[in-house]
Design a protein around this ligand. Sequence first.
Ligand SMILES: NC(=O)C1=CN([C@@H]2O[C@H](COP(=O)(O)OP(=O)(O)OC[C@H]3O[C@@H](n4cnc5c(N)ncnc54)[C@H](OP(=O)(O)O)[C@@H]3O)[C@@H](O)[C@H]2O)C=CC1
Ligand SMILES: CC(C)(CO)C(=O)C(=O)O
Length: 304
Amino acid sequence: MIDFQHIMVMGAGAVGGYFGGCIAEKTESEVTLIARGAHLEALKRNGLTIRDKEGDRTVKVRAFNDPTRADVPDLILFTVKSYDTETAIKQIEPVVSERTQILTLQNGIENYPQLVQFFGTGHVMQGFCKIGAGVPEAGVVTHKAFGSITLGEQDGMLTERITEAELLFQKAQIPVRISKNITREVWLKFTWNCILNMLTAIADVTVDKIFEQKEGEQLSYRLFEEIQIIAAEEGVALTDEDGQNIIESSRELKGFETSTYQDRQKGKKMEYEAFTGALVRLAEKHNLSIPHNQTIYALLKVID
Ligand SMILES: NC(=O)C1=CN([C@@H]2O[C@H](COP(=O)(O)OP(=O)(O)OC[C@H]3O[C@@H](n4cnc5c(N)ncnc54)[C@H](OP(=O)(O)O)[C@@H]3O)[C@@H](O)[C@H]2O)C=CC1
Ligand SMILES: CC(C)(CO)C(=O)C(=O)O
């Protein structure tokens, strides 16, 4: 029987800190946050401050840098940036027991297979989140937009581990949805990130600004068309309507800060290898040319 009592958050920054904080605040599960640096020190000293539409409050949390300091987890929310996945996998390895499940909520298409390669499909669930979260200062997480989690099995089956995770998020009052086609949904989110996280990071603007110039919108469509070709090679059908939905729904996101834009603002390493970088690698694999995305990749490398 699966019972997600001991929860570990590997990488308790914006996403992990917020969702982990909600679970600590609203459920009986015991939450351990794995973090580092000044953020970890603040979590230990003051607890985790959550700022969202419910207001500001501080939750007492257990926080460590070393996962082996915590109880063996039943569920690990895996929420490091993609460039930290390999290191984080090695850090959690000693605490992943027979009963441990890992749920990745990261963006991108490469983290889930990387986790599966190491721990096996029986231990890893694929998910993603739609949230505008941030860490404005050490020990503080903000949630400004959306805020949902989607997860599902590769074959669309409703397994016990998926329903237990759904129950946990429901108890934590986190909007949650089970997907019958998680691969396609992850690709749709990845496509959004490949277009808008990348353009907002390069142009150093919020999402709505991209569409204030017709050239920004046209470029978004060119990027989408290339992603559509790569996706088809990978067996994922993205329709023209998907492209229109991505672009039309983004136009209204006034002042919305993507996570990559936030990283650029803070002078942090940008997560672009997981987005445009992954596309460039797939284009090489399939011997395809994706000039607009390749240009985006080159520009991000230069900025970084
Ligand atoms: N922010 C958002 O609104 C959204 C983000 N995402 C995705 O979620 C994932 C996480 O993003 P986000 O929460 O913004 O990232 P953050 O950088 O805010 O959080 C990751 C945290 O993990 C810490 N960390 C990384 N490696 C280790 C380690 N080995 N030991 C301890 N702590 C570690 C980081 O520390 P440090 O800061 O020192 O690097 C950081 O505090 C990404 O894939 C992102 O694309 C998805 C949807 C929305
Ligand atoms: C789509 C969005 C903006 C919110 O979930 C995101 O994934 C990000 O900021 O990285």
